[in-house]
Design a protein. Structure first.
Length: 407
């Protein structure tokens, strides 16, 4: 990645304002080929670091550690990134950072750096990295502002319940895409059910372009509810979009997200998430979909021939943000004309019905199969009716996302 972000608009939109430092390091002379805003602001003094030897950005004593990290960076998409801890030089002194590295397709070593200090330090670095010109950054800022307002509202004993619900609704809207995008030639549909009007939920989804051909999409669930879950949800969505531009491999995207969320899995209120992330490249003959699973229920592949199946290869993936080296699963499939890929959260499958949970016996697969063949819009409408019918048995938030290739 030797080109500047201005040559790649998607990099400028997502990586440039990512909430952690990203570097692309040349393998031959180990100088920095590219660095995002967060990485430049960490430099002492703050400056453009392109062309600087990577080791010069860190404490001189950490030179051997950095050399070992760059040498150990794997080139295989299936391998876990090399990791290390080093002290980055900042205007306020050396600070410890957790580093993860792998080799990109262009031969540069991609390094992600996460500050290993307090939440306040991470928030400050995130705020410094945001750009007013970035739509994603603006959404994150609105989310944080609404979060502060919600916290203050709840602290007031005289606040009316309607105002609390209004604030929760405003915050929730900042965590979901205002308009659901669709890859060229494809159809998308989504639905979100709030289990409680007084609490911000932790389910999230998005569909977004990566380049002229590929698109990214995801659906997931952050543990817990309320202000804490909202903050992690915002960080998760933004990091997924940034990591997706940085590396096209869905497994690597989840590994980068894990690096960012792992510091949150501490203290009295640990936070983690489950997620299915994928890329799709549509064409006239079909759409190639690459998926990665991190502890989330597997999607359903609804076919034009009237059949439906779970994407079982995604079973076995571990949650994101709870383990230093989690295992994620992957699968590639092709959507033929008339096929639909359906993602959902466990609020649907774990709804309480007579005799236990709704999907204990595979009822969701049976229900969806009865609708096949179908379209993305029709399938979401059908499952939305199912969700609404659960009534008080729906005790958690429920999110639905469908991507279809019309005939």
């Amino acid at each position: 990645m030797t080109a500047s972000p201005t040559e790649y608009p998607d990099l400028a939109d997502y990586l440039e304002t990512a909430p952690l430092a990203f570097y692309a390091v040349r393998a031959d002379d180990r100088t920095v080929a590219w660095a995002n805003a967060a990485a430049r602001r960490l430099a002492d003094p703050p400056a453009t670091v392109t062309g600087t030897p990577f080791r010069d950005l860190f404490d001189v004593a950490d030179g051997p550690v950095l050399a070992a990290l760059l040498s150990a960076a794997p080139s295989s998409a299936d391998a876990s990134p090399a990791v290390a801890t080093a002290r980055v030089r900042t205007p306020s002194g050396a600070r410890s950072t957790h580093l993860s590295a792998n080799v990109g397709r262009d031969g540069t070593v991609r390094v992600a750096a996460v500050m290993s200090e307090s939440d306040r330090s991470r928030d400050r670095a995130l705020a410094d990295a945001l750009s007013d010109r970035s739509a994603a950054a603006a959404a994150l800022t609105r989310s944080r502002d609404a979060l502060v307002a919600s916290e203050r509202a709840r602290a007031s004993e005289n606040l009316e319940g309607a105002q609390v619900r209004s604030l929760a609704t405003v915050l929730q809207r900042t965590l979901l895409p205002p308009v659901l995008a669709s890859p060229p030639g494809m159809e998308t549909a989504a639905y979100y059910h709030h289990a409680s009007p007084d609490e911000v939920g932790g389910d999230f989804y998005d569909v977004f372009p990566l380049d002229g051909e590929a698109w990214g999409f995801f659906l997931g669930d952050v543990s817990g509810k309320g202000a804490g879950a909202a903050a992690v949800t915002s960080l998760t969505r933004y990091t997924l979009r940034a990591a997706a531009v940085f590396d096209r491999d869905p497994i690597a995207v989840l590994q980068n997200l894990n690096t960012v969320l792992l510091p949150e899995f501490r203290g009295d209120d640990p936070r983690f998430c489950t997620v299915v992330y994928g890329t799709v490249v549509p064409s006239a003959d079909g759409a190639v979909v690459d998926l990665a699973g991190g502890g989330h229920p597997p999607p359903l592949h609804v076919r034009a021939d009237g059949s439906a199946r779970y994407v079982d290869d995604l079973l076995g993936g571990q949650l994101v943000g709870g383990l230093p080296t989690p295992h994620f699963t992957s699968h590639r499939l092709t959507l033929s004309p008339g096929d639909v890929l359906f993602l959902y959260s466990d609020g649907v499958t774990e709804a309480r019905v007579a005799g236990g949970r709704y999907d204990d016996s595979g009822d969701l697969l049976t229900y969806v199969s009865a609708a096949a063949p179908t379209t993305a819009t029709d399938l979401v409408e059908r499952v939305t009716a199912l969700v609404d019918g659960f009534g008080d048995g729906l005790q958690d938030d429920a999110a639905l996302l469908a991507l279809g290739l019309p005939r």
